[in-house]
Design a protein around this ligand. Structure first.
Ligand SMILES: Cc1cc2nc3c(=O)[nH]c(=O)nc-3n(C[C@H](O)[C@H](O)[C@H](O)COP(=O)(O)O)c2cc1C
Length: 343
């Protein structure tokens, strides 16, 4: 199977909710939540992609960097690269409804295992999806990172108990889902979390706690104060607040303020290894890729997930070699000077 073939099959399985555009940029699917788009005008999803395009790289080929090391450690687990499939849930409400949630997530989980990265799985309006995701992790004996929605504390703790049975590496809460219309459409109420509530979640957990949906320096500091073991700079792929800032734009200040206290993960509009390079150069320790991993899992299962992940690794390595950067530490320290900001 080629990625092109997987893309074609994904188009057939995901229409009309995803058209598998030549460029996955949020334009054709503006406002389609549920679906694969961004909320409202779609501006947040579109801006995530556009802002990345405005950053270009200085090409350098007079240096002695001949290979680049991509290995990365998160919570004691060594991964082949600092890239993970973001939690993306809901085949029936978002992704064409032509396969089961379990079959879809199995592609993500097994493909991730093949390339040595950690899969993230999500939670949704239907509890069965979380259960399906967790049972696939268990069936495949794969440690992953489940993300639970910011339900009221009682429900949240009940779902944390459920998730713990899958022996997760860490557990996250996508606090930005307080703005997710899909939950409201299905009659669920989710609210923002107070600092005290976040602290209570941290105390309840016995694995590292990841707070996903951080878009300001202030909130990054609050998450760290609450005891988060990592944060994800994310606007949920533009699905929770229209006209939000692009994640790549807010990342540098957040990474600077966090200053290495906890890993800073980030996502939003990443489609290639060069995009990964830009995020790492601007302060992310690792990144999440959402829609593309989901689309390839639907179109070509574990094989396509593996092919896509390998393509990302190759492109990231290529970008490092052609900017004279030998490893991730150097990319973190000097990557910014490899970037140019177009006006
Ligand atoms: C259809 C769909 C479902 C999603 N489901 C979840 C979820 O269950 N939990 C979560 O934390 N984020 C969810 N997200 C957000 C992603 O984890 C991620 O933040 C976002 O997709 C990143 O942007 P990208 O798709 O442009 O890479 C979802 C995104 C999409 C498009």
């Amino acid at each position: 199977m080629t990625l092109q073939e997987a893309k074609q099959q994904a188009r057939e399985k995901m229409m009309p909710q995803c058209r598998m555009c030549k460029e996955c940029d949020g334009v054709a699917c503006r406002g389609e939540v549920p679906g694969m788009g961004g909320k409202g005008t779609g501006a947040s999803f579109i801006r995530n992609v556009e802002a990345l395009k405005n950053i270009t790289l200085h090409l350098k080929t007079i240096h002695d960097v001949k290979d680049a090391d991509l290995s990365f450690t998160l919570f004691g687990k060594t991964l082949s690269m600092p890239v993970m499939p973001a939690p993306v849930t809901g085949v029936n409400i978002n992704m064409g409804n032509k396969m089961t949630e379990k079959d879809y997530i199995r592609g993500v989980v097994k493909g991730s295992e093949k390339v040595g990265i950690l899969p993230m799985v999500g939670d949704s309006a239907f509890k069965s999806f979380l259960e399906d995701n967790l049972s696939v992790l268990q069936e495949e004996n794969m440690a992953g990172i489940p993300f639970i929605k910011p339900w009221n504390q009682e429900e949240l703790f009940a779902r944390i108990d459920l998730a713990m049975a899958s022996n997760p590496v860490a557990l996250g809460v996508d606090i930005d889902s307080a703005g997710l219309d899909t939950l409201k459409i299905h009659g669920h109420r989710v609210d923002p979390k107070s600092l005290e509530e976040l602290k209570a979640i941290k105390s309840y957990l016995t694995v590292p706690f990841i707070v996903k949906g951080i878009m300001t320096v202030e909130e990054a500091m609050l998450a760290v104060e609450a005891g988060a073991d990592a944060i994800v700079v994310s606007n949920h792929g533009g699905r929770v607040l229209d006209h939000a800032r692009a994640t790549i734009s807010v990342l540098p200040d957040i990474a600077k303020a966090v200053n290495g206290r906890v890993p800073v993960l980030a996502d939003g509009g990443i489609r290639s290894g060069v995009d990964v390079f830009k995020f790492l150069a601007l302060g992310a320790d690792a990144v999440l890729i959402g829609r593309p991993f989901a689309q390839y899992a639907i179109g070509g299962g574990e094989e396509a997930v593996e092919l896509y992940a390998k393509k990302i690794a190759q492109e990231l390595k290529g970008a490092m070699l052609l900017t004279g950067i030998k490893d991730l530490q150097t990319l973190k320290e000097q990557g910014r000077s490899a970037l140019h900001f177009e006006v």
